[in-house]
Design a protein around this ligand. Structure first.
Ligand SMILES: Cc1ncc(C[n+]2csc(CCOP(=O)(O)OP(=O)(O)O)c2C)c(N)n1
Ligand code: SF4
Ligand SMILES: [Mg+2]
Length: 327
């Protein structure tokens, strides 16, 4: 075999990945936890899109859902509660060649990390963000979160929570520079996969709220939607996602929705009786912050070394300066 053919084969081997190339460890999530479905969809995405594990990084905060990077055989950063987004933004600024993902819980994102969430939308960096919304603090064993429905009994709200839940879709759709908003549910794996794929392919901050079941602390809350497919509305459009014939048979509540129409997206998001599934909004023309800042130039180690040396040189006292001062 000649050299060119050998190199070609080696390259094919390096670029071909199986699911196990992305799987790491045994997830510690409870049986029936929706996080497992999200993990399966994302590992499949990485394999199908051929994402090189060494060029892929998952960043998370703290929570059950934030254990996600441990189960991906890629780079990962299990961060600080509420701070997944700024960490991911730092990674993205320094290494625009990486695929950057964020896994965050409803407490992590919508409570302690809410300020970072708002600004991440506005900065619109090329990051794919999954909000695992189980409407409760899971890891710390059942405290109400901003997305808990009013009346939720928890350790912090024993008489039931007093406030209406925050709507993560409406909040995101209200922020300047929003470029991608979608919603998925953990119990429809086919559309979950299509949505995470569309989110990854979008250039900009892709916000995907995933309705995630927590059978441990919020059992049965999604039963009305699980048992009545009419309460799940499948969004479809030539510019968005298509509904497969199999899904169309079960989910007959379908809406032809143009993802460029932000006002309609806001209306859809505000109807809480049904769960819209699909892309609510997508605008590919919003510029990414990292492009505005350094026009796609890769920040290499050499780049940083030169920059640091230039800065240090400003404080160097050269021998001739000392001699001049002494004279
Ligand atoms: C600064 C800080 N405050 C509080 C905590 C405790 N804490 C850990 S996870 C968590 C909430 C997790 O809820 P969520 O983000 O919804 O994730 P889930 O466990 O539901 O996936 C809290 C309050 C912490 N680790 N750090
Ligand atoms: S407590 Fe809830 S969110 Fe956490 S692992 Fe168990 S089912 Fe999942
Ligand atoms: Mg939660």
């Amino acid at each position: 075999m000649n050299m060119a053919a050998t190199e070609c084969l080696l390259q094919m081997y390096e670029e071909h990945h199986e699911l196990e190339d992305y799987q790491s460890g045994v997830p510690r999530w409870c049986t029936g936890c929706g996080d497992s479905a999200i993990l399966a969809a994302v590992q499949r995405l990485c394999r199908d899109e051929g994402l090189r594990p060494e060029q892929t990084v998952f960043v998370s905060g703290i929570g059950c859902s934030s254990r996600f990077p441990h189960y991906m055989k890629t780079y990962g950063f299990h961060g600080i509660h509420g701070r997944a987004l700024p960490i991911a933004e730092g990674v993205r600024m320094a290494r625009s060649d990486l695929h950057v993902f964020v896994n965050t819980g409803d407490g992590d994102c919508c409570s302690i990390g809410a300020a970072h969430w708002i600004h991440a939308i506005r900065y619109n960096m090329n990051i794919t963000m999954f909000l695992h919304d189980n409407q409760i603090y899971g890891l710390t064993k059942k405290q109400a979160s901003p997305t808990s429905p009013r009346g939720t009994k928890s350790n912090t709200t024993p008489r039931g929570s007093y406030l209406e839940a925050l709507n993560p879709l409406s909040v995101t759709l209200g922020v300047q520079n929003v470029s991608f908003v979608a919603q998925a549910v953990d119990w429809i794996p086919e559309s979950l996969y299509e949505i995470v794929k569309a989110a990854h392919r979008h250039k900009g901050l892709s916000f995907v709220r995933i309705v995630q079941r927590c059978p441990e602390f919020m059992p049965n809350i999604w039963d009305p939607w699980l048992h009545d497919p009419q309460k799940v509305q499948m969004l479809h459009h030539e510019r968005g996602l298509q509904i497969s014939p199999g899904l169309a048979k079960v989910y007959k509540n379908q809406l032809h929705h143009d993802p460029l129409d932000i006002n309609r997206a806001r209306e859809i998001a505000s109807n809480l009786d049904i769960i819209p599934v699909g892309i609510l909004y997508q605008n590919p023309d919003i510029p990414c912050y990292e492009d505005l800042r350094h026009s796609g130039k890769l920040r290499t180690t050499e780049f940083f070394r030169k920059g640091l040396e230039t800065e240090f040189d400003k404080f160097t006292v050269w021998p001739e300066d000392e001699a001049q001062q002494a004279a």
